[in-house]
Design a protein around this ligand. Structure first.
Ligand SMILES: Nc1ncnc2c1ncn2[C@@H]1O[C@H](COP(=O)(O)OP(=O)(O)OP(=O)(O)O)[C@@H](O)[C@H]1O
Ligand SMILES: [Mg+2]
Length: 394
């Protein structure tokens, strides 16, 4: 055998790759990842997000209902953090939280095809909703830990097996998933991280489910139920395969968002995904484990409209799927690539990596997609559906 393919050589490649990741996140191996700074918002944006005028915010600061914000040496406000904006929402009664009678939204961003943008969509949706003031938990269900990485962690260095879903999924006697829910540098956004160990859960679960423990496919759902009261939206980022974790995700979700790049290969595998979804939902139902979805939407991702074939396929998808396909297309953008190379999302970039124009365009697609999903979520909440009608959204 070629020596480069020996176990030792592969182990050494792995170690060297980890070193690269460590240097990307900065801070040495064995040290905690460097703290990420929370994004800040201008007074104009803050007023928009808090749902009150700038004057109302200043008045509340003056009369002590809100703390005064930090200023630079020249007296300029340095901008508001999300935590400060959430405090304003509490004072002004403009929090968008669901009512106790509204069901928590559990959204699976799923497609068994790899690389279609599941983790990109999950993380950007989670952060968008957090900016809007919702209480969000992102559960990384994929042993690759891509979503975990987007919060600045190197999963194999910074995350231990006990920090993930793994202990909860395998131990039927565990009652709460709270141990794995960690704060992020985004106020109101929590993360259940993943690392490679979750891959063991896949095998272990498959063997036990096949042996006689199909109810183990409910473990994720039970874990979610144990933390649900604290959240408005829970987002699940599953692995790109139909394994036991993906089945658990389907069982736990009450909404499905399917990213599909408009290429023939991705379209073909999405068609298989729909067939497998249909069959699997039937099989789960027969085992007494029904999948109960309140809504499902498809989303065109990584689209390059410069390519005529992709334009054609997008048109076809629109005709075929109609309203099930979100109106906004998440186009391919260098800003998304550049942000992920910095282990962050576009929402976190303090300034454009390419040009202001590319950055703004990318934010327009992202906000468009996420706003459509937000409406879907709110429609499932009776208290919000009434308001949406009032706002003329529906
Ligand atoms: N709209 C986009 N523009 C540019 N790059 C993108 C876009 N969407 C995703 N990417 C890039 O494509 C790669 C794959 O995306 P992502 O990890 O989100 O896919 P995934 O479906 O979660 O993959 P996996 O199946 O491995 O979990 C990443 O490097 C990501 O930065
Ligand atoms: Mg992924």
């Amino acid at each position: 055998m070629d020596k480069s393919a020996s176990i030792d050589a592969i182990a050494s490649l792995y170690t060297r790759s980890l070193d690269v990741l460590t240097s990307l996140r900065s801070g040495g191996a064995g040290e905690p990842p460097p703290a990420r700074s929370a994004p800040r918002f201008s007074i104009t944006r803050t007023a928009e997000l808090a749902g009150r005028t700038q004057a109302a915010i200043r008045d509340a600061e003056k009369d002590g209902r809100l703390p005064t914000v930090e200023r630079t040496a020249s007296g300029r406000r340095i901008g508001y953090s999300l935590a400060e904006i959430n405090q304003m929402r509490a004072v002004f009664a403009t929090r968008p939280w669901r009512d106790a009678r509204d069901p928590v939204s559990v959204i699976a961003v799923q497609n068994f095809k790899g690389g279609v943008g599941k983790s990109t969509v999950s993380t950007h949706l989670a952060q968008y909703l957090a900016i809007k003031g919702y209480r969000v938990c992102l559960i990384d269900c994929d042993s690759q830990g891509s979503s975990t990485t987007m919060f600045g962690y190197v999963p194999d260095l910074d995350i231990a097996e006990d920090d993930t879903l793994y202990p909860f999924i395998r131990n039927a006697e565990m009652r709460s998933l709270a141990y794995a829910v960690r704060e992020t540098h985004w106020d109101g956004l929590y993360l259940v991280p993943a690392n490679l160990k979750l891959y063991s859960a896949e095998y272990e679960l498959a063997a036990r489910v096949a042996r006689a423990e199909p109810a183990l496919l409910n473990r994720l759902s039970e874990g979610i139920a144990s933390i649900a009261e604290h959240f408005d939206v829970i987002i699940l980022d599953p692995p790109p395969a139909l394994g036991t974790i993906s089945l658990s995700v389907m069982r736990a979700a009450n909404a499905l968002l399917v990213p599909i790049p408009p290429t023939v290969v991705d379209f073909t595998s999405t068609t298989s995904f729909l067939a497998m979804l249909y069959e699997t939902m039937g099989a789960l139902q027969e085992r007494g484990l029904p999948v109960d979805l309140r809504w499902m939407r498809l989303l065109a991702t990584r689209a390059d409209e410069q390519k005529s074939m992709q334009r054609e396929l997008l048109g076809l998808m629109r005709t075929l799927f109609g309203d099930l396909l979100l109106r906004t297309v998440l186009k391919d953008s260098a800003e998304i690539d550049n942000a992920s190379a910095r282990l962050m999302t576009v929402y976190e970039l303090e300034q454009p990596v390419t040009s202001r124009e590319t950055y703004q365009r990318c934010l327009t697609y992202l906000n468009g997609v996420n706003a459509e999903v937000e409406t879907q979520i709110r429609l499932t909440w009776p208290s919000h559906a009434e308001r949406l009608r009032g706002e003329g959204v529906i």
